[in-house]
Design a protein around this ligand. Structure first.
Ligand code: ADP
Ligand code: TRP
Length: 331
């Protein structure tokens, strides 16, 4: 049997470069393996249930879910090769999550850094859904017995939980869940354009959207804070590091090394570097945007993809839930 891959992105709106470089590029890589390389059954979902674990607008959720599906398809996720679906349309995920929660302690969940951050961010929304977030994510992965999970490095603590749950379920009930590992891309951590922290939807001014046009990208890159362009060593943090990272990812390591050499020798002109980087980003995003426009104009096709994806995913998911229920003594 082919090994499986599962990943998801929360339905919180359009994707940004961090999502694309940290998660979607990995999803694409596993969907399109080189000839002769290992071949996977790939499943990619929109995590709409995870989107309701923090404050959100119910009126906007359906559109936000749709935006992620459109970005997936536009970026090259292909329903002929991958199962693309919406999490809440496979109710087995929540059913398995409850079963898995029987082997997880409350303390373990309370001590996760991702949980603590969210509670600090929304002190009045410290809900059970938020505490259960990692268990639902473990369920998303284990329900397909997935081995590989293409996500950014910030998701590693959640994967650790999924592995622990797999181990505990297997030893306590004799299930056969594999321990999933993260599939890392070169862009597993994209810093914020502000030079502080990570690129994130929740931080204004930190990101470039996949749907940004060339002028918007140029403006955003122009605003990245820089220095005189010269120094004894290459900066390891701040705006200049962001620029070097993005140059490596969009123009290649050689180009980045050349600029970094200039930085410690003759000095860099940011007035040349920044537009070159903006153009390179747009060169990759332009074709994605064009496909996206075509997809927006073909809602029936997109509806069909979502419907078909849920059907295929449910077939696998219900089998796993049935197995787990038997082992647990419920069937
Ligand atoms: P956000 O933090 O913007 O809300 P999500 O938490 O929805 O993004 O993340 C969706 C996916 O994108 C995850 O796999 C996550 O690891 C990845 N990701 C998000 N931000 C970044 C980033 N700055 N660098 C690399 N990957 C990222
Ligand atoms: N927690 C992930 C994020 O914030 C989204 C997600 C939910 C996910 N379920 C998943 C990622 C299963 C990988 C596998 O981005």
């Amino acid at each position: 049997m082919k090994k499986r891959v599962l990943s998801g992105i929360r339905a919180t709106g359009r994707l940004h470069l961090g999502n694309y470089l940290g998660a979607v590029r990995g999803m694409l890589e596993l969907q399109n393996p080189p000839t002769g390389g290992p071949n996977y059954e790939t499943l990619y979902m929109v995590a709409d249930l995870h989107a309701i674990t923090t404050p959100y607008d119910p009126k906007k959720l359906p559109q936000n879910t749709r935006e992620v599906i459109l970005d997936y398809l536009a970026a090259g996720l292909d329903p002929e090769k991958s199962i693309l679906f919406v999490q809440s349309q496979v109710p087995e995920h929540t059913e398995l999550a409850f079963l898995l929660s029987s082997v997880v302690s409350i303390a373990r969940m309370q001590h996760l850094p991702t949980y603590k951050e969210k509670v600090t961010q929304y002190p009045k929304e410290n809900t059970m859904a938020l505490l259960n977030y990692p268990i639902l994510m473990a369920s998303d992965i284990l329900i397909y017995k997935a081995d590989k999970v293409p996500v950014g490095i910030d998701q590693e603590p959640h994967l650790e939980v999924a592995r622990e749950i797999a181990r505990k379920m297997n030893s306590k009930f004799g299930t056969d869940f594999p321990e999933p590992t993260r599939f890392a891309t070169k862009g597993e951590y994209i810093p914020s354009l502000t030079g502080e922290g990570k690129m994130s939807k929740s931080i204004e001014g930190s990101y470039i959207n996949l749907t940004d046009d060339l002028n918007t990208i140029k403006d955003k890159i122009a605003r990245v804070p820089t220095d005189s362009g010269k120094g004894v060593s290459v900066p390891k943090e701040g705006g200049v590091k962001v620029l070097f990272d993005l140059i490596g990812l969009f123009l290649g390591d050689e180009r980045r090394d050349k600029y970094q050499n200039q930085y410690t020798k003759s000095g860099i002109k940011y007035s040349e570097l920044k537009p070159e980087l903006a153009e390179a980003i747009y060169k990759e995003l332009g074709p994605i945007q064009k496909r996206r426009e075509e997809l927006v104009n073909d809602p029936k096709y997109v509806d069909g993809v979502i419907l078909d994806g849920a059907k295929k995913a449910r077939k696998i998911a219900s089998r796993t839930v049935g197995e787990a229920k038997k082992k647990i003594g419920l069937l």
